[in-house]
Design a binder for this molecule. Structure first.
Ligand code: 2P0
Length: 319
């Protein structure tokens, strides 16, 4: 029976994706830009040919909703596919705003296409991963990646590409954890509610192209303060749009604000660093490697746990 295993790293967006212009195809309303991060990873094994479709997620049978999304992506690999068995394990907390779906669907499409004997280009893999979860389009790539908005109705031009390789800039992303449990509102539901009810949503969409242009330039120039201004602006505008939804989508906790204050105070003391937040209360802080320990030590005073991540490579097959 053909079997393949793939490993992928999650990514954290520096310019955020929030909102869809096409729900079935999972096409975004804005372009986004991210950093792929190791050592956190998802390892996924696909057996192409099994008695029944089966998804084992972190050693346990998956929920019906998780299984529906995973097998829908397997259908994209081959609409006449056999039954498949998928086993996927994360070595980090799932569904806590740490982008586990990004590494999950990137590893899935790579393992499934290999097990099926249907290898694809990285652009095709990114399109397929996007159908599973938007942010997964970016985890096909290592280092710094941008997910293109695209123009086509069929979405075939909305995929990610590498804008700078993994060794372009020796940075660290510190993840300050305040709550490792699953979130109350899924990203998918939160996005939908924001785009349907938030009066700030059109302004969020309109602000994204400038953020992307400035972030690309800051990454090219390895300018952390310039990138930090864009990162924090993008995160704040995304969260402002969701806080203005009805009912509001509010992921922040008191610790989220403490961590932001900690970053601002370090910056005032001359340590270049900048924060971002996703669909959860945890705060991620970008810093050059030389300053990582001092920032981690300060964050550890306010957070339950602090993880130090570094730029990670692309999704890859493993023996
Ligand atoms: C991002 N997030 O750019 C943004 C920022 C969370 C906040 O992509 O509906 O799991 O599966 O496409 O990719 C999380 O949402 O959503 C996300 P779907 P996804 O990383």
């Amino acid at each position: 029976m053909p079997v393949a295993t793939a490993v992928a790293h999650p990514n954290i967006a520096l310019c955020k994706y929030w909102g869809k212009r096409d729900r079935p195809l999972n096409l975004p309303s804005v372009g986004s830009l991210s950093l792929t991060l190791a050592p956190f990873s998802t390892t996924t094994t696909v057996e192409w040919g099994a008695e029944r479709d089966e998804l084992v997620f972190n050693g346990r049978p998956a929920s019906a909703e998780e299984a529906r999304k995973v097998f829908a992506v397997c259908d994209l690999v081959d609409s006449w596919r056999p039954r498949v068995r998928v086993a996927s394990d994360n070595d980090f907390p799932t569904a806590a705003g740490l982008a586990s779906s990004s590494s999950g669907f990137a590893a899935l499409v790579l393992a499934a296409t290999a097990a099926a004997g249907h290898p694809r280009t990285v652009e095709q893999l990114s399109v397929m991963a996007r159908r599973g979860s938007g942010s997964a389009s970016r985890s096909i790539f290592g280092g710094w990646a941008e997910w293109k908005l695209g123009e086509r109705d069929d979405g075939m031009d909305s995929y990610a590409f590498e804008i700078a390789p993994v060794d372009h800039w020796d940075v660290r992303m510190l993840v300050a954890i305040f709550d490792a449990g699953p979130k109350g509102v899924s990203s998918r539901d939160g996005m939908l509610r924001t785009q349907e009810t938030s009066p700030f949503y059109p302004a969020w969409v309109a602000s994204a192209p400038r953020d992307l242009a400035e972030a690309r330039a800051a990454i090219r120039d390895r300018d952390l303060l310039a990138l930090g201004r864009v990162m924090e602006r993008s995160a704040l505008r995304m969260h402002a749009s969701m806080m203005a939804a009805d009912p509001p989508v509010l992921y922040w906790k008191s610790g989220s604000v403490w961590a932001q204050e900690c970053v601002r105070s370090l910056r005032d003391q001359g340590v270049p660093c900048a924060w971002t937040m996703d669909a959860g209360p945890n705060v991620k802080v970008l810093v050059e490697a030389a300053h990582a320990d001092v920032v981690a030590e300060r964050l550890a005073r306010v957070a339950d746990q602090v993880h130090i991540l570094h730029p990670g490579g692309p999704a890859r097959l493993v023996p």
